[in-house]
Design a protein around this ligand. Structure first.
Ligand code: UDP
Length: 235
């Protein structure tokens, strides 16, 4: 259920995007349940080619503008909305729901556990009732295990579109939980990957830092951003 059903969403290439600030989003999500999509240009690109995925995004209870690309696209369309980095939103929600059961699924073996261990240093009340890596073959089993743990909040770090599809299935089993797709956040919390220095974050250039550090990402991300901006300009 969406907390504020009447808050009109911004429209970017046919996708509804919430206009919340981080504080408003956290307040709304704390009182709500359902799927949180932290949307970026790559996901929009994929959704434009895959109607089923587009449908899934449009059914999400929260669609949060994750990166600078989406913020820029929204600006072009006349919306002054600040991006909300998914990793910050997810941590904020763990703080807001601390003490309540939380599930973590995703990343390479041991990374999720390491991420939880580090999060516990900051949020000692964190109540992790389920932790599993993201390299499983029996999806139904994992879905069943998570729903039996009955968490209030689930963080899925499986990369996109896998995590969104996984959460969409899980939503039916856990209608009262808040389910967030968090991409590479477990790697950052575990200390496996460092987040870009603050100056890059402030300038909205985290993607640049990450592509320089991880050249394999360059091929994936770099063409997506200018193409996305062009597409928005043309729309
Ligand atoms: N991952 C996973 N299972 C998979 C594929 C990926 O758990 O089958 C994890 C991967 O280990 C990483 C995260 O998903 O922790 C995706 O990270 P990436 O940086 O690619 O995501 P982004 O933040 O770009 O969406």
């Amino acid at each position: 259920m969406r907390y504020n059903l009447y808050m009109e969403r911004a429209n970017l290439l046919g996708f509804g995007i919430d206009k919340y600030t981080l504080d408003e989003a956290a307040e709304a999500a704390e009182k709500s349940c359902g799927q949180v999509v932290t949307i970026n240009p790559e996901m929009i690109d994929y959704a434009l080619k895959n109607p089923e995925f587009a449908d899934l995004i449009n059914q999400a209870e929260f669609v949060i503008p994750d990166g600078i690309g989406v913020q820029l696209g929204l600006r072009i369309k006349g919306y002054k909305i600040r991006r909300i980095p998914g990793i910050e939103f997810a941590k904020r929600m763990l703080i807001e729901t601390k003490g309540l059961p939380a599930a973590f699924v995703g990343a390479k073996p041991d990374v999720a556990q390491k991420a939880v261990n580090n999060l516990l240093k900051e949020i000692p009340e964190l109540n992790a009732v389920y932790i599993h890596d993201g390299y499983f073959s029996d999806t139904d089993l994992i879905l069943k295990e998570i729903s039996s743990a009955n968490p209030r909040i689930v963080l899925a770090a499986l990369g996109s579109p896998k995590q969104e599809e996984f959460i969409f299935m899980l939503k039916k089993l856990l209608p009262e939980a808040l389910l967030i797709g968090v991409g590479g956040s477990f790697d950052v919390w575990a200390g496996e990957v460092e987040r870009a220095p603050e100056i890059y974050q402030k300038l909205g250039l985290e993607w640049l830092y990450r592509t320089v550090k991880e050249p394999a990402r360059f091929k994936r991300i770099f063409p997506a951003l200018p193409l996305f901006v062009l597409r928005v300009l043309r729309s």
